[in-house]
Design a protein around this ligand. Structure first.
Ligand code: ADP
Ligand code: MG
Length: 289
């Protein structure tokens, strides 16, 4: 493209809320034939809500949530926010909205959290975390997890003093436009891939709903970048669409990193293109400019 074409493209992009950092990104965007989507916050709304809680021990639900919320209030994770929000609702009529002090809080990246609350050891997170912490997962809990995953929900396990105490299922709604965006990309002969730190079951259920066949689940941030590099090595011109801190290595690795305006500053910094309106449809606008 001539410098004029680049200028025009950038101008048009800006008028549609597609911010392009430099002419090179614009030129490569046009050649993209593979788009890698982060799941949470990109294909889904990124606003998870608790849909059910199943206790595995005789316990009052409010007491269970007191312990879990006291641990999760220290976490920045969207799933933690959903859990704390649910605890707040359960507590609403009590008028008291503070939590017990948690000691020895640790966030285990990509797995969950651990803390001491009211002298009890509370562990909240995925199956991997429970296995690492040597917590036995009864078959009843396994079944609950499988059921949640088949419905595209995330099952979070809670252990109290070394014993599994409950399963919390959390749902993050699909963005209504996501299936159409993927189908339009297909007609443009662009391959779509989904990447997520979430478990395989949930990941495949979401992918099926949006029409994506290639899925990388349980991916740590470095693995997201590795996968992008693999696609590049296969000869694809790759765009990565993400919003989180954990997406930034992959955004940098891709030919074109695309962040959404609603994303974290670190993702926006790492990206070549920013979709200011945070509309998923604008991924197509960016490639089409
Ligand atoms: P993603 O944001 O793509 O879901 P993460 O790597 O942040 O990926 O998390 C992976 C998984 O680890 C989550 O799906 C969840 O099961 C578990 N997890 C992480 N942080 C927490 C937390 N604070 N509370 C409960 N579970 C968590
Ligand atoms: Mg995300």
């Amino acid at each position: 493209a001539t410098p004029t074409a680049v200028m025009v493209g950038t101008g048009v992009g800006a008028s549609q809320g597609v911010l392009i950092k430099g002419g090179q990104a614009l030129e490569i965007a046009h050649k993209v034939n593979c788009v890698v989507f982060d799941k949470t916050g990109i294909l889904t709304e990124g606003k998870p809500v608790v849909v059910s809680t199943r206790l595995l021990r005789p316990m009052v639900l409010q007491d269970f949530y007191e312990l879990v919320a006291a641990a999760e209030i220290n976490s920045e994770h969207p799933l933690a926010k959903a859990i704390v929000e649910n605890a707040r609702k359960l507590k609403a009529d009590e008028g008291k909205q503070t939590w017990e002090e948690a000691r020895d809080f640790v966030a285990i990246s990509g797995h969950g959290v651990k803390a001491i609350v009211k002298k009890k050891e509370i562990i909240v997170g995925n199956k991997d975390l429970m296995l690492n912490q040597k917590i036995n997962i009864p078959s009843e809990a396994e079944e609950m997890l499988a059921e949640a995953e088949s419905m595209a929900q995330t099952g979070i396990l809670v252990s109290i003093n070394g014993e599994l105490a409950g399963v919390i299922t959390i749902s993050d709604a699909l963005k209504p436009c996501a299936p159409e965006v993927i189908s339009i990309l297909k007609t443009m002969k662009v391959k779509s891939t989904m990447m997520t730190g979430d478990n395989k079951g949930t990941a495949y259920s979401i992918a099926k709903q949006v029409g994506i066949e290639t899925v990388v689940a349980e991916a740590k941030p470095e693995q997201k970048a590795e996968k992008v590099k693999e696609l590049l090595a296969k000869g694809y011109a790759v765009a990565m669409v993400g919003d989180g801190i954990n997406d930034s290595p992959a955004l940098v690795a891709a030919d074109v990193g695309v962040a959404i305006g609603a994303g974290t500053d670190i993702a926006i910094e790492a990206a070549d293109i920013v979709l200011m309106r945070s509309n998923l449809e604008d991924v197509i606008t960016a490639i089409d400019l």
